[in-house]
Design a protein around this ligand. Structure first.
Ligand SMILES: [Fe+2]
Length: 200
């Protein structure tokens, strides 16, 4: 198994999508309040997930995203940076997935909350097993397959957050991701990409 620290191209931040809505401003305020408490990563992610739930899905004309932030890319899933806190303590992005688009297997640099805003996301989670013998290779074992509908949230913090995500539906899917890191500076929340055998 090869492990790469290179960012997947689709995780690059694209300039020009940093517009906001009143609904996003309200979410930012709620996340800011939680993060300012200075708690450990796990409880921070858990509480941020609770704050995110009411903002997911369609709520009449009160949209969380601008029309441009719903746009995908036929080549790869697309990341729109929605907010980066000025002190670097958290960031919010929207990921837009066209049918069939997927991430590589990866893990993250910081605590993270994911929430499905539109459509349905599929996720496979993995456990990293050490080599059986000196000089051998570590390997990944799939532990769980999850289908996440609109409104589903998943808070987590490294380590143990290895997964891949894809849109297995016939329609566009959009998820909101909140990271305990400055994505405007890092470009991506990905710590490592794992090159797996084809049958995993
Ligand atoms: Fe991820």
């Amino acid at each position: 198994m090869a492990i790469s620290t290179e960012h997947h191209p689709a995780t690059e931040v694209r300039a020009g999508s940093r517009r906001t809505t009143a609904r996003l401003d309200a979410l930012v305020e709620e996340v800011r309040e939680v993060v300012s408490r200075g708690m450990a990563p796990d409880p921070t992610a858990y509480l941020v997930a609770e704050k995110l739930v009411p903002y997911l899905g369609v709520h009449g004309a009160r949209s969380l995203l601008t029309p441009e932030q719903h746009e995908g890319d036929p080549d790869c899933y697309r990341q729109h940076l929605l907010h980066a806190e000025s002190d670097g303590s958290f960031s919010i992005v929207a990921l837009v997935w066209l049918p069939g688009q997927c991430t590589p297997v990866h893990d993250h640099l910081s605590w993270c909350v994911t929430g499905v805003h539109q459509g349905e996301e599929h996720e496979r989670r993995y456990r990293l097993l050490p080599a059986d013998e000196p000089g051998g290779n570590a390997r990944l074992v799939a532990t769980e397959d999850v289908t996440n509908p609109v409104g589903a949230v998943w808070p987590f913090a490294p380590p143990g957050d290895i997964h891949k995500v894809w849109n297995g539906c016939q329609e566009k899917a959009i998820s909101i991701h909140i990271y305990g890191a400055d994505i405007s500076r890092l470009g991506s929340s990905v710590r490592r990409v794992y090159d797996l055998p084809a049958d995993c």
